[in-house]
Design a protein around this ligand. Structure first.
Ligand SMILES: C[S@@+](CC[C@H](N)C(=O)[O-])C[C@H]1O[C@@H](n2cnc3c(N)ncnc32)[C@H](O)[C@@H]1O
Length: 139
């Protein structure tokens, strides 16, 4: 979910909702995608993998695959460079990356420590890292 601080126009947009119109998603994180056979968890929810991370649908871990969809989310959110974005659940950071490239300041809160690690790996030492505040936790 994406929230941004535009005083005149409070707005939220859920990538999860946007994603449902797309086929099953699973790619595009920092490295190359390794395709593996999906498995079924004990609760019956299917999981899938990307770059060695197993995603849990029960936690809403549907990763944005299509860069055009990411662009469209950013465009529809109507954000601009003076906004501070609160991104709830950045996952592996595909949307985060585009936001940072668009010179946005991002506060990202992610409940899954594995994703937090992936985000740290992905953004640490990049030119954008000073505009990203990463927090592990539940919102
Ligand atoms: C749809 S995925 C993120 C997709 C991501 N935006 C992308 O660009 O690929 C949702 C993420 O939100 C996290 N999440 C779910 N509920 C949360 C909560 N209440 N607080 C923080 N993170 C949460 C999940 O662990 C998951 O990584």
């Amino acid at each position: 979910m994406l929230l941004h601080s535009n005083p005149g126009r409070p707005h939220s947009l859920s990538p999860l909702q946007a994603d449902r119109s797309q086929p099953e998603t699973e790619s595009m994180a920092g490295g190359k995608m390794r395709k593996q056979k999906p498995s079924r968890g004990a609760a019956g929810s299917s999981n899938h993998y990307q770059g060695g991370i197993q995603f849990h649908k029960s936690k809403g871990q549907h990763i944005l695959k299509n860069p055009l969809l990411v662009d469209s989310i950013i465009q529809k959110a109507g954000i601009n460079s003076i906004d501070v974005i609160l991104e709830i659940g950045p996952g592996t950071g595909n949307l985060t990356k585009k936001l940072l490239e668009a010179r946005e300041s991002v506060i990202a809160v992610e409940l899954d420590p594995r994703m937090v690690l992936e985000l740290q790996r992905r953004f640490q030492g990049t030119p954008h890292s000073n505009r990203l505040k990463l927090n592990e936790g539940l919102l």
